[in-house]
Design a protein around this ligand. Sequence first.
Ligand code: SF4
Length: 383
Amino acid sequence: MGVRVVSVEGRLWRLIRPDAIYVWREERVRRKLEWYYRVMNNRAPAKFMLAKKVPAETDPRDLATDELWHLHSDLRREFSTMLHSVRSNGLTLDEYHKLDTPKHSFLDVKIEILRRTLSSCELCEWRCRVNRDVKVGVCRLGRESYVTTYFLHVGEEAPLVPSGTIFYGSCNFRCVFCQNYDISQLNPFTGIKAGPKELATIEEYLRLEGARNINHVGGEPTPNVHNIVASFKYLNVNVPQLWNSNMYMTPKTLELLSDLIDIWLPDFKYGNDTCALRLSAVRRYYEVITRNLRSICESGDPIIIRHLVLPNHFECCTKPVLEWISENCRNALINIMDQYRPEFWVSLNPKRYPDIARRLRRDEINAAYEHADKLGLDYREVS
Ligand code: SF4
């Protein structure tokens, strides 16, 4: 299979998804997604653009890795001050383009740290510690990224449509019901090999075609974060960056990424580690995902959390997931997803997975909605 490019001509998406326009009439949506809305409408520069304007006095390539991390911490403080000022006082794109562009920047520091991380990879919580130039870890990826498809997606949540979606091959999870199993598990290397420059070209193309955001998804984007962050060096159009992920990254990866992402679209699948291990083959799921989500929620960044309701998993997963969000992330919008269908290993071997070997019943999704209502969660606008 080669790369597939699908375009939504002109304004056709407005006919298919009128809710993508009406959703912005909701005060709650505008308030919760305010930063994203501003960048989407070119009323503020995206975070990756700001990161390019924070100067690093030294060429990051000349520093030892511990020095690089120190420099990153120092520049992070400067970046936060800048971001806070832009959020409070505004900065038009014209004003942004008048700012000096330093020879070395905060973004370059991140790129260099990520480049080195691949020599003993700990981008995600598998912490394989392999040198990805010569070996592969659980995600099976070397340095290269594989883009299987990119297009203007009209099936995402209303505030995101049309979404400039880039699908990366391969994944660090092994979900037995994966609906993208062809690119995540069976044929992860069938797309085009894409380095930073190719990714930047794709991102620019999608924005110029009318994308409201660049949606990094897979598979899973985290094993590709080094190429994605490096692509921002070559990207010169303003566009919100969206991270559509299982969120199984290490704290250091999250620290590097969180200064660059304008809106988060994480999955929160399971309410416990037993279900995560049995159905996605990952350990410490709950601890890792809640740790990362807590960090994003505390930052106040725009976030839409996705929860796919599984049949027979209300008590063990849906209920604790919604309750955790209610207690820890009141600024989130929640997409409670009802489209589960048995796919991949579950459809091949339903007797092994009897609990999820059927579609969801109406009473099960209603139970999820009722619980979300009881908790006062904002889900209707994006579910
Ligand atoms: S990205 Fe994760 S799964 Fe892939 S090699 Fe690195 S630590 Fe392992």
